[in-house]
Design a protein around this ligand. Structure first.
Ligand SMILES: [Zn+2]
Length: 140
């Protein structure tokens, strides 16, 4: 069952609310978005979202961002998380989205986008060795 969001109890070291992606999906995502799947027929949810690489990446990102929002000193962090989560869930559950073939259970995912790697410049696969510029790097 989903636990209500509360401030960290005094003296408790904040940790993750959900110890795994499975617990995050079971206790937050599924209850929060279940109504949308039940009342609308233009959205689709896959009961095995981890079988979709793009969905798995989004859901892990949502989980990590949620945990970060809980620890954030910004009082609007959870509200911002919900706005971001809604965008991810719309992208996943759209009738043309990642789960579009999973109306009645998981179906094999679509093939990846075609890539003509023979035509790719070698720089495309060069490892990044330089860290991104920081604000202080560009301020001078
Ligand atoms: Zn599926």
């Amino acid at each position: 069952m989903h636990e209500p969001v509360t401030a960290h109890p005094a003296g408790r070291v904040p940790g993750r609310r959900y110890k795994s992606l499975g617990l995050f999906l079971t206790n937050l995502v599924a209850p929060a978005y279940g109504r949308q799947v039940a009342v609308r027929n233009d959205i689709v949810w896959c009961p095995e979202p981890w079988k979709h690489p793009g969905a798995a990446e989004r859901l892990v990102a949502m989980w990590h961002a949620y945990e970060g929002a809980l620890r954030s000193p910004e009082e609007s962090a959870l509200s911002m998380w919900w706005l971001d989560a809604d965008a991810h869930m719309r992208a996943l559950m759209d009738h043309a989205g990642e789960f579009s073939l999973c109306h009645k259970g998981h179906k094999t995912t679509l093939e990846p986008l075609p890539l003509n790697l023979d035509a790719a410049p070698p720089e495309l696969f060069a490892e990044v060795t330089r860290q991104p510029a920081t604000v202080t790097d560009t301020a001078a």
